[in-house]
Design a protein. Sequence first.
Length: 401
Amino acid sequence: MSTLPVNQNHLSTTLHYLFRHPYTSRVEIASKTKMTKALVTHAIAHLQSLGYVIETGQEERKKKGSGKARKLICLNPNAACSIGIEFNMEQICALRCSLNGEVEQMIRKPIHSIDLEKLSEIISEMINTLFNESRTPVLGVGLAIPGHYDQDQDSIVTNNPAWKHFSLKKIQDQLIEPLPMSIENNVECMSYGRYLFRSESSPDEFILLHIGPGLYCSFFDSALTERKKSNYFGEIGHSVVDINGTLCECGKKGCLQTYISNNWLNQRARIYLENGASPVLRNLVRKADDLNIEILQKAYLQNDPFIRNILEDGISRLAITLSNLLIVHDAKRIFINSQLLQESELEAYFRRRIMEQFSFILGLDSIPVEILPFRYDRGAQGACALVFYDQLILHPDHALC
């Protein structure tokens, strides 16, 4: 192997291509990235010497019976790992991922089971546990947070007082080993996870909408991956869909999240249940605290009139909002992470409503919207991807020195 130093931009470009094209060849990397074959060979040799790239043992020929077979290469999933943490009003999820996104170990705790004043200490303990039990080098820790991080105040910019005890500095101080830290909004992290770990079905530009306790929308563009600076960008849950609607906790009336977020749907159903107006809900739960999205899905299928009304109304408003997005933003795809839309009848209703919004376009037979299988660990896994993006693609000199 050549002893010449490796250009960090060449390493970054090569690693980026390997993440996006898991099985490829040196010739293909050179062709697609416009690097010379010599530069690609040098970068790959360096990555092989560090254990980050391996040959698969397979070969390919572009034309049958002609030319030298190309050896296929890929990232070595066991070369390194990262730790990702996500916390929200339902849980803290901590996990460790290999380079290909495979979850090696996971720890989950219901948020109601912990003392939120000790949130930072609990996160540190989970990181330390995952670090101690790792068999491969840990490149860093990613934090997927329910809001935006204010570095000057070392706090989360949010109107939810539950997170007032969060401190990144406190977390770092309690780690048994200093580790690089990456921090980003939880839905932005989900986009990084989609981009790096699901490359075969994720274009370079897409929108990812998460519907959970609130709503947030990530506009991912691989050419523009600098962190978002404004604290309102992506807050689609606070787009107004009814100027005379319900008062949101943000102070505005008629925000989208008051019609379709998990918390607000449960809150509306709770009032309905406590007023004794729903025999269907009374048969499904003993008390209002037991209400959740699964219960509302069951009530919908059992034709509870109120539940059907609030769910269909919320879904209709969501479809209108997304269709407006597609009109002004040329997204190649919209991914939706929603527990509610896992129910097939509700998904079908959503698809009918969004197609109605585009009925004015002749010949349109489909909308580029995909309902993802709902996963509770998507944010934490995305935080792992954020670490790989920061440490290997943006700054390979940090991890590969």
